[in-house]
Design a protein around this ligand. Structure first.
Ligand code: ADP
Ligand code: MG
Length: 351
């Protein structure tokens, strides 16, 4: 892993307008900020409906952001404007003011042409069968990606590339002439991965790539994704609803609750010393192999339902279900603060 930041997301918001309903609509992603280093895997967890997919797709601009800023490899690909950013000198270093703090300025509105980034930034979908066109052969599906970005010059080169991609995901050359429905779920996901890899991406949003698969083949797919990362130097945003899936493969993990990022830290640290009450409840739900330990540990069960993102609670969005909530939590939105080096949480109770 590099020290270079590949992706920077600042204060990203995505609201979905709901027809006939006044107000902001579904506030699916609310002010998320994060960075991903080159070659890193950032795991993203949280229960179903908390905005993981929306965040992943908004970063890729498959959904147009409502506001915020996305910087990819040093280029601003989206900026709604007026976001606080540090002033840089001509060498790209932050300029410090008299008080030693970075000088800040307001960002400018930007919307980059996404075509070059569509190649560099890919996605692997949760449901492989729904993400593959049933009328196209596997060869056509992979070939289409190659054609859009004009990656080969001759027909022979193109055929060769499709073959080699199929081999690299553990499928046979003959599979090129078959249709998606002729494959098992695991094989379909391999096709989805080959399609993503066809365009030689740098960054891949892996959106619960194993959730729809048989438990017996989940680890095969995870291992394959890890090997590919190693071989090709890929950077992943790896989404899962379960901490047990991402804790081993992620360098760092972000935890989402109702559209907001509540905790972010090194994978080991976050698992050993979770800060946010919500992360603690998630961890208490992860099965432990040792029955002795399992009996000792108390599973924390949250009371109440997850509120609707159409009408989220004021203040800390978690306060309606938090056992430690105080008056302040009902009113003020907690900021993501660094409590230990690289370990961030958004919680008033932590001080
Ligand atoms: N295209 C859409 N239009 C309206 N609401 C949406 C859309 N996509 C997602 N949502 C809503 O946004 C919230 C977050 O959804 P999603 O990002 O899919 O969560 P997750 O991936 O964590 O399960 C949910 O309430 C969902 O119903
Ligand atoms: Mg999802």
């Amino acid at each position: 892993m590099d020290d270079k930041v590949l992706l920077q997301v600042q204060n990203l918001r995505k609201y979905f307008h709901v027809k006939g309903v006044k107000g902001p609509g579904v506030q699916a992603v609310e002010g998320v900020s994060l960075e991903i280093k080159k070659g890193e895997t950032l795991g993203l967890v949280g229960e179903s409906g908390c905005g993981k997919t929306t965040l992943g797709r908004t970063i890729l601009r498959l959904h147009e952001p409502t506001s915020g800023r996305i910087v990819y490899d040093g280029k601003t690909i989206y900026d709604s404007g007026s976001i606080d950013i540090p002033e840089l000198d001509k060498n790209g270093r932050q300029i410090l003011g008299k008080d030693g703090k970075p000088l800040m300025k307001k960002s400018k509105k930007t919307s980059a042409d996404m075509l070059p980034y569509r190649r560099k930034m890919q996605i692997i979908f949760q449901d492989p069968s729904a993400s593959l066109d049933p009328r196209m052969t596997v060869g056509e599906i992979i070939g289409e990606a190659i054609d859009i970005h004009k990656l080969t010059n001759t027909k022979a080169e193109r055929t060769e590339m499709i073959k080699s991609l199929l081999n690299s995901v553990g499928l046979n050359t003959e599979h090129a002439n078959r249709f998606p429905h002729e494959f098992s779920g695991g094989q379909q996901q391999r096709v989805g991965i080959a399609r993503a890899l066809a365009v030689k991406p740098e960054f891949i949003v892996c959106d619960e790539p194993i959730s729809a698969l048989d438990v017996s083949i989940q680890s095969q797919i995870v291992n394959m994704l890890e090997d590919m990362q190693e071989d090709l130097g890929l950077t992943y945003l790896f989404i899962a609803h379960d901490l047990s899936v991402v804790r081993h493969i992620s360098n760092r993990i972000g935890v989402m609750y109702l559209g907001t990022l509540v905790e972010l830290g090194e994978s080991y640290e976050l698992n050993k010393h979770p800060l946010h009450p919500y992360t603690k409840t998630l961890l208490s739900a992860v099965p432990v192999p040792d029955p002795e330990k399992s009996r000792e540990r108390k599973r924390i069960v949250l009371e109440g339902e997850i509120p609707s993102p159409m009408n989220p609670p004021a203040g800390c969005r978690f306060h309606t279900r938090c056992p430690y909530a105080t008056e302040k939590c009902k009113e003020a939105i907690p900021e993501l603060k660094e409590y230990d080096k690289g370990h961030w949480a958004a919680c008033h109770v932590l001080g």
